[in-house]
Design a protein around this ligand. Structure first.
Ligand SMILES: CC(=O)N[C@H]1[C@@H](OP(=O)(O)OP(=O)(O)OC[C@H]2O[C@@H](n3ccc(=O)[nH]c3=O)[C@H](O)[C@@H]2O)O[C@H](CO)[C@H](O)[C@@H]1O
Ligand SMILES: [Mn+2]
Length: 350
């Protein structure tokens, strides 16, 4: 969908070059509009013929003038992993991107990134490490707002945030079923976006709290709809993926279907895309619940079903959600974010 902006005025020569003042006006309107719309179409009405400029907020990547960096190769690169899907979405692995180049492109766009994290009941114990390591590794140097959903707001640790970074605490009720805490995240993410984020932030990542950052997680992860490959199944045949297999559930994925198995513990993308995902998964989860069904892995099952139809436009390799108890496989050159080892019986309410 395009937003169309018509600029009329005291008219210019039919020059092929956009005149300076018009260019500034276009850029100004673009900045105002591009938060809410993916694409903006500018029509400059001038004599004798109109000029039309298409500007896309996400795919228009402008590098700063004069930036120097290593020449990219079209024949050499990683051969031990696949870095593009059959629908041509990039799969992000270490050594497939230039972080300095990407940072400078997105710095110019002045993006803002939101992270959500839930710390309900005893899971509050993971929050300090999560927040402290996010300060070290998650979008360092960018505008970041972290939203913590918790039933224990008084126990939220005081973590010093760098300039341009904020911590917001939102109260949520506790629950005596961990499955519900985990699954209700979709509803709360949907509401957060509707009430606070639309037109205010660009990207969002929704992350498990029982995890820490160990390496850079930055602009290379940005995309429309972003999914993370689950570390437990990425070498397996899809028949072994733990999708919901009962056709009665709205999370059902038929045998022979499915691309990858994605994590419930990390996903994200543009605010509008994640809103669509959260709204759909929430509705399907609730409609299932009305019929007494709970999918095998709660919202993770619904997310996998959603992503089968709605292909992610960027995929993050298991570098972006490893598990501390797993030995590092050779293709994992860096662990960026990893789930800590935990004693389920001691921390979950049921
Ligand atoms: C790495 C990964 O992909 N993890 C997913 C996985 O198991 P996990 O075993 O990692 O799930 P989990 O126990 O971490 O629960 C998911 C998240 O819900 C929150 N929480 C949960 C229980 C609780 O009492 N308090 C609380 O705050 C917390 O943010 C936690 O990180 O399967 C779950 C299915 O339900 C979710 O899809 C998780 O995201
Ligand atoms: Mn977890």
């Amino acid at each position: 969908m395009y937003t169309c902006v018509c600029i009329t005025g005291p008219v210019y020569d039919p020059s092929r070059v956009i005149l300076q003042p018009v260019s500034h006006l276009v850029q100004f309107c673009y900045r105002l509009l591009s938060r809410s719309d993916d694409n903006v179409l500018f029509v400059l009405l001038c004599r004798p013929s109109p000029q039309v400029i298409f500007v896309s907020s996400d795919f228009h990547l402008v590098a700063p003038d004069g930036m120097k960096y290593t020449q990219p190769s079209i024949t050499q690169g990683r051969t031990d992993v696949v870095s593009v899907t059959p629908w041509l979405a990039p799969v992000v692995w270490e050594e497939t991107f230039n972080e300095k180049l990407l940072d400078s492109i997105y710095m110019k766009k002045n993006i803002s990134v939101v992270a959500t994290v839930f710390a309900v009941g005893k899971y509050i114990m993971f929050l300090k490490d999560f927040l402290e390591t996010a300060e070290q590794f998650f979008f360092v140097g960018f505008r970041v707002s972290i939203y913590v959903f918790t039933d224990r707001p008084n126990d939220v640790p005081h973590v010093k945030m760098a300039e341009g970074r904020q911590l917001n605490v939102l109260p949520v009720p506790s629950s005596n079923r961990w499955q519900e805490i985990s699954a209700r995240r979709m509803e709360l993410i949907q509401k957060l976006i509707e009430e606070k984020l639309i037109n205010k932030a660009d990207y969002i990542f929704c992350l498990d709290v029982d995890s820490k950052f160990h390496g850079r997680w930055g602009t290379e992860s940005l995309g429309g709809l972003v999914a993370v490959i689950h570390p437990g199944y990425y070498r397996d045949d899809r028949s072994r993926f733990p999708y919901e297999r009962r056709p009665i559930s709205r999370a059902f994925v038929a045998p022979g279907d499915g691309d990858f198995y994605y994590c419930g513990g990390a996903f994200g993308g543009l605010i509008q895309e994640v809103h669509q995902l959260a709204k759909t998964c929430r509705k399907n989860f609730e409609d299932d619940a009305k019929e007494g069904i709970e999918a095998a892995w709660q919202e993770e099952s619904h997310l996998n079903r959603y992503m089968w139809t709605n292909k992610p436009s960027k995929i993050l390799s298991p570098e972006y959600l490893w598990q501390d108890f797993k030995a590092r496989n050779p293709e994992i050159k860096i662990i960026r974010f990893s789930g800590v080892v935990k004693n389920y019986a001691a921390i979950r309410p049921n």
